[in-house]
Design a protein around this ligand. Structure first.
Ligand SMILES: N[C@@H](CCC(=O)N[C@@H](CS)C(=O)NCC(=O)O)C(=O)O
Length: 333
């Protein structure tokens, strides 16, 4: 694999979790250096003396040592589901307000509720009540906004807050699960915990050591070689519609990239099986040949449940990257 950014991370840290969640979403691969907080590597402290995780060191040496900035960097590489709500200033304002409340007041109460013995003289009950008031506000929002904090889709606010809500729940699961006023928030949290990405997010690694095998995150993904063509099966009508729009936005049969989060691609030897499984009864189908070097959005090969790796494009397909579009299966001449 070519050089990738370096991520200093700690598995259970909610800040590091939200940074990794955004890297997963953006199709990025990083060199993964798991940190023991009691013995932080000198290499990390040399880059970021404040000594908190996550820290992302880019290939050009730029250091990003705030989790939100790591999320922003990841989403600048690819934001396939528009978590940042790029065309709506009011949504962006609400995202900032929600994150500020989480990172400020809510985190303050969470620390004092969860780790009361570290805060002599503080009342656990007061922080419990104050934290719960914030959680109830979020729960009500989720109920009225359509299942997520902003509207009917996940946004940067949801992605940045959920690891902290999970921590609150973990401090007293019985109370959290038994509180009727938190039912919408519970369902919302469960969406993250039940997502197959959660397992990838929480993969384990030993604390980093400069010798030996260097893991990357996500551990079950690989970089896509730039010297092999990629393929995508498209419904002929979708491909024709794309000619008018200048860009092709379908991820797989019947689903758009902003619904799935990436575009499904294949390597040559995977095309026939993909056709049989998903397109054999679809009517007219085209096989697009794609030059990976002409793509600007991140490419990452991710494992499906069987373990087979498939290349995924974390963005839309520019028509200029398609070097051939032929009916599939090829018609006999
Ligand atoms: N504002 C920072 C906060 C990060 C943070 O506080 N991380 C904790 C771990 S959850 C940490 O590294 N603490 C240092 C330590 O425990 O020594 C961010 O958003 O990245």
């Amino acid at each position: 694999m070519t050089e990738a950014p370096v991520l200093y991370s700690f598995r259970r840290c909610p800040y590091a979790m939200r940074a990794r969640w955004a890297l997963l979403q953006a199709g990025v691969i990083v060199q993964w250096r798991e940190v023991a907080l009691k013995a932080k590597p000198a290499e990390m402290l040399a880059r970021s003396p404040k000594g908190t995780v996550p820290v992302l060191v880019l290939v050009d040496g730029t250091v990003i040592d705030e989790s939100l900035a790591v999320m922003e960097w990841a989403l600048a590489q690819a934001d396939p589901c528009d978590w940042r709500r790029q065309n709506c200033a009011e949504d962006q304002r609400q995202i900032q307000e929600l994150i500020a409340c989480n990172d400020g007041a809510f985190k303050h109460h969470l620390d004092r509720f969860k780790y009361t013995d570290r805060y002599p003289g503080e009342s656990k009950q007061e922080h419990d009540q104050a934290g719960l008031a914030i959680l109830r506000g979020w729960s009500d929002r989720i109920q009225t906004c359509g299942g997520w904090l902003l509207d009917g889709r996940c946004s940067l606010a949801d992605a940045a807050l959920w690891p902290f809500v999970r921590q609150w729940r973990n401090a007293d699961p019985e109370a959290f699960d038994g509180d009727e006023s938190l039912a919408p928030l519970r369902q919302w949290l469960e969406r993250f915990l039940a997502d197959p990405l959660f397992e990838r997010l929480m993969q384990r690694a030993d604390p980093w050591d400069s010798g030996g095998l260097q893991p990357h995150f996500p551990a079950d993904a690989v970089a896509v070689p730039a010297d092999q063509p990629l393929f995508h099966l498209a419904l002929t009508e979708d491909w024709h519609a794309a000619q008018g729009e200048g860009v092709y936005e379908i991820s797989t049969r019947g689903l758009a990239v902003d619904q799935v989060g990436f575009m499904h691609l294949s390597w040559q030897e995977q095309v026939a099986a993909t056709y049989e499984k998903f397109y054999a009864d679809a009517g007219a189908v085209m096989l697009l040949t794609i030059d990976p070097k002409a793509l600007t959005a991140p490419l990452r090969a991710d494992a499906i449940p069987s373990g087979e790796l498939f290349p995924h494009l974390y963005g839309l397909l520019p028509l200029t990257a398609v070097t051939a579009a032929c009916p599939y299966p090829a018609t006999e001449s």
